[in-house]
Design a protein around this ligand. Structure first.
Ligand code: 13P
Length: 256
């Protein structure tokens, strides 16, 4: 894959917006956000809304779509799950893996996240691997240990050739949906830790080029300062991405 260094503005809709709400959102968003060549915009709707999304956004190739999770197997008797290759067939080009809500609610541990990332890469989707510490882990002084473990587990399981195809998202669990954002300094520090963990296993060049997004209560009023933080290569937005005006303002932010 050729390296694309443009910042990423990603929307994780979680379990919000079926096909109709997806169309309504796009009616407004596509007017408010005009294509810009210096950035990438990616949406992660619920998988049941992917086709409606792509149909409604078919005139906008600057916007790409992904799924929020895939099964670690290629196919099989796994009621309720979707595979990475099905996501490709439906028109997705990305997949999240390891979101903290998956880790907490569905038991996606480091080993399972690593297997999912392998499936995602094999199918040709671009993975965004989410890592981040809980408040307890941070307060116990374990920030570096947790991030190094989460990053290392994925890199150890993925062939070297795939290391450069990984995009990362640092999402401190205490900042997700809480309105409490990491300060730009906190984000810069954590991104440096993630980058060092990547360097340990994947080498300095891959680490330097890796896109690391920040996620956790990103809003129109803090996007500029977060994007100015060293080592922040984009954002993964939950709540604010559900509102067309807010997410258009985030995607349209000024860049360096
Ligand atoms: P919020 O923006 O709602 O805090 O969610 C962040 C997130 O989990 C994105 O994946």
């Amino acid at each position: 894959m050729t390296h694309d260094s443009r910042p990423v503005f990603a929307a994780n809709w979680k379990m919000f917006k079926g096909p109709r709400a997806t169309r309504e959102f796009l009616d407004e968003f596509l007017v408010r956000y005009q294509p810009a060549v210096d950035r990438r915009v990616v949406f992660f709707p619920p998988s049941i809304s992917v086709e409606a999304f792509l149909f409604a956004a078919s005139a906008r190739p600057d916007i790409t779509v992904g799924v929020q999770d895939v099964h670690a197997e290629g196919e099989g008797a796994h009621t309720g799950a979707i595979s990475a290759s099905m996501a490709v067939e439906a028109g997705a080009s990305w997949s999240l893996a390891g979101h903290s809500e998956r880790r907490r609610e569905f038991g996606d541990d480091d080993a399972l996240v690593a297997r999912k990332v392998r499936q995602i890469l094999q199918s040709g989707l671009a993975p965004i691997v989410c890592v981040g510490e809980t408040l307890e882990e941070r307060e116990a002084g374990d920030l570096t240990g947790v991030l190094a473990r989460q990053v290392g587990a994925v890199l150890a399981a993925v062939e070297t050739a795939g290391h450069a195809d990984l995009t990362w998202a640092y999402e401190p669990v205490w900042a997700i949906g809480t309105g409490r954002t990491a300060s730009p300094d906190d984000a810069a520090e954590a991104h440096q830790i993630v980058r060092s963990a990547i360097a340990t296993r994947a080498g300095d060049v891959t680490a330097e080029q890796a896109a690391i997004l920040y996620g956790g209560s990103v809003k129109p009023n803090n996007i500029d300062s977060l994007m100015e933080a060293p080592g922040v290569n984009g954002v993964l937005v939950g709540g604010a991405s559900l509102h067309a005006g807010d997410f258009a303002a985030i995607c349209g932010c000024r860049l360096g």
